[in-house]
Design a protein around this ligand. Structure first.
Ligand code: ADE
Length: 230
């Protein structure tokens, strides 16, 4: 089994890259696809770049050129629910693109027009493995719930309220739902695991800088635990 692992930013994958037993590295679409063994599993580890377009391109390359069997997306996110704090983990059970809006034609906001699903569901078995991997988490909680994605860094309390009311979201970030859409279209099982770096409310960019390091450590630790369980 070949596992595709995507992080949006260098900081989100560098701990893993350090541990990777690298066999080969290819450059495609300004992304380095690092192939090798990570905690004795065959992986392709890649930094996609920020945002939904980068993440979608990256996912399709992983599927077409590297024949990955599953995709795991790791990294940081803004917390949406008020009981979620920096360092906590959100395992996505489904993903929605909050900035997809064809409501003028009667669609629900987030619905990709003319697609037969509203949300993109993560693989149940991978969610279970991620939950088990979280059992080792000390001092932080983990949640399983909806993650919403869009091409914006959110630092606005009104947007957070809207994410709560409209989407019942647990966390927001900028890639997961596009990876999820590509996986859905290609029938590739996937899961999104994010650690909270900020509460996405006013001033979130300040918290983000403060908590990013611990959040990245947590998401990489969960991934390590997952690979060891699998
Ligand atoms: N990733 C981490 N924090 C975020 C936020 N507040 N908005 C979007 N993506 C994020």
């Amino acid at each position: 089994m070949i596992i595709g692992i995507i992080g949006a930013m260098d900081e989100e994958i560098e701990i893993l890259l350090d541990k990777l037993n690298l066999r080969k590295k290819d450059l495609k679409g300004n992304m380095e696809f690092n192939c090798g063994k990570l905690f004795s599993k065959e992986v392709v580890l890649v930094r996609s770049g920020i945002g939904k377009v980068n993440a979608a391109i990256c996912s399709q390359i992983l599927i077409d050129d590297y024949n990955v069997d599953i995709i795991i997306n790791v990294g940081v996110a803004g917390g949406v629910r008020f009981d979620i704090y920096p360092g906590d983990i959100v395992i996505g059970n489904n993903l929605v693109q909050y900035d997809m809006d064809t409501s003028a034609f009667g669609d629900k906001i987030g619905q990709v027009p003319r697609l037969d699903t509203y949300d993109f569901k993560c693989d149940e078995k991978l969610i279970d493995i991620a939950k088990k991997a979280c059992a080792f988490l000390e001092g932080h909680n983990y949640f399983v719930g909806r993650i919403v994605s869009g091409d914006q860094f959110i630092n606005d309390v009104d947007k957070i309220k809207w994410f709560n009311d409209e989407f019942k979201a647990y966390a927001c970030e900028m890639e997961g739902a596009s990876i999820a859409q590509v996986c859905y279209l290609n029938k590739v099982p996937f899961v999104v695991i994010r650690s909270i770096s900020d509460n996405a409310s006013n001033g979130a960019h300040i918290d983000y800088e403060k908590f990013k390091i611990i959040a990245v450590q947590n998401s990489c630790n969960i991934l390590k635990n997952m690979l060891e369980i699998m």
